[in-house]
Ligand binder design. Structure first.
Ligand code: SF4
Length: 300
């Protein structure tokens, strides 16, 4: 594994490439990445890099976002089948139809959407900035898509009227309040920190709600030493590695994203050697999708 990591670092140098890893990737990938972070941090990094090649250890919509922000660069997704089921729950046609029904609403697309869906939206958001983005738009009502749980969470912190698409993350939505109550009963001293993609009744049980990087920062700064984690286990594994003196418990065994885990170090190496699979958003779609992403990056 050490040899493979060294080979990947060498290839990254030769290709003038940067490796961006989402917080849900396996520890071996996070360890060799130039940057590990949440969707917002990775989008910012993708918008600023001087590298000629961006290797995305994440899922398809993240690589698309990097391609939209860097049309002249080569963006690689080491497994072309690493998709996001939530992003696939809404199409551009759906958005156009919902716009006709809600003409006064600003359409706020979670970054977990396809480029075509972003192209039909007014502004993007991530789980780290959703409330701030909604507060920033001029309209008194918003339509959030595709995650109903993120929309319902945001609605708790804004006076604006919030409409939403009935989509969800199959990983976070699988966690039930029953799971969490059981784990809380086993570890009564632990703080429960949850991701806003969880169901409202699960968030009601949380001591704090954060994006993935928000969780990592909170755990690093907290005096507490036991945490129940309500997000994908890749982040928990990293926090356990970073803080061996603290104890972490997963809120549910279902917090495992098979799509995120399709990326492996071997596939990253092969991708750098062959410079494929490439993710390239057609220019006409990229041009329209760029505006809502850049609007988000300007406000937060
Ligand atoms: S964790 Fe959920 S939102 Fe993230 S890639 Fe997996 S299915 Fe999509």
């Amino acid at each position: 594994m050490e040899e493979l990591a060294t080979e990947i670092r060498r290839l990254l140098g030769e290709r003038n490439a940067i490796l961006l890893s989402h917080n849900y990737q396996t520890l071996d990938i996070q360890a060799i990445a130039d940057l590990r972070g949440d969707s917002l941090e990775l989008a910012r990094a993708a918008s600023r890099t001087d590298a000629e090649v961006i290797v995305f250890a994440g899922v398809h919509f993240m690589a698309e976002t990097a391609s939209i922000l860097n049309p002249e660069k080569t963006v690689l997704l080491p497994d072309a089948n690493a998709g996001c089921p939530m992003a696939d729950m809404i199409t551009a046609q759906h958005v156009r139809a919902e716009r006709e029904k809600h003409p006064r609403a600003a359409f706020v697309a979670y970054v977990n959407t396809t480029a075509e869906v972003k192209a039909e939206s007014d502004i993007c958001c991530t789980s780290a900035n959703a409330v701030k983005v909604v507060e920033t738009v001029d309209q008194g009502e918003v339509y959030m898509l595709p995650d109903k749980n993120l929309a319902l969470y945001t609605a708790r912190y804004t006076n604006k009227r919030v409409h939403y698409w009935d989509g969800f993350c199959i990983v976070h939505h699988s966690v039930t309040s029953k799971h969490v109550k059981e784990v809380k009963a086993w570890y009564p001293g632990a703080l429960f920190i949850a991701h806003p993609e969880c169901r409202p009744e699960v968030l009601d049980l949380a001591d704090h709600v954060f994006s993935t990087s928000g969780m990592a920062r909170f755990v690093a700064e907290s005096d507490h030493d036991e945490f129940i984690i309500g997000t994908e286990r890749g982040l928990m594994d990293r926090m356990a590695q970073d803080h061996p003196q603290k104890r972490f418990f997963l809120a549910s065994p279902k917090l495992y994203c098979v799509n995120m885990k399709k990326i492996t170090v071997e596939k990253i190496r092969d991708s750098l050697i062959n410079l494929e699979p490439v993710v390239k958003v057609p220019e006409e779609v990229a041009r329209r999708a760029r505006a809502p992403i850049e609007r988000m990056l300007e406000v937060v």
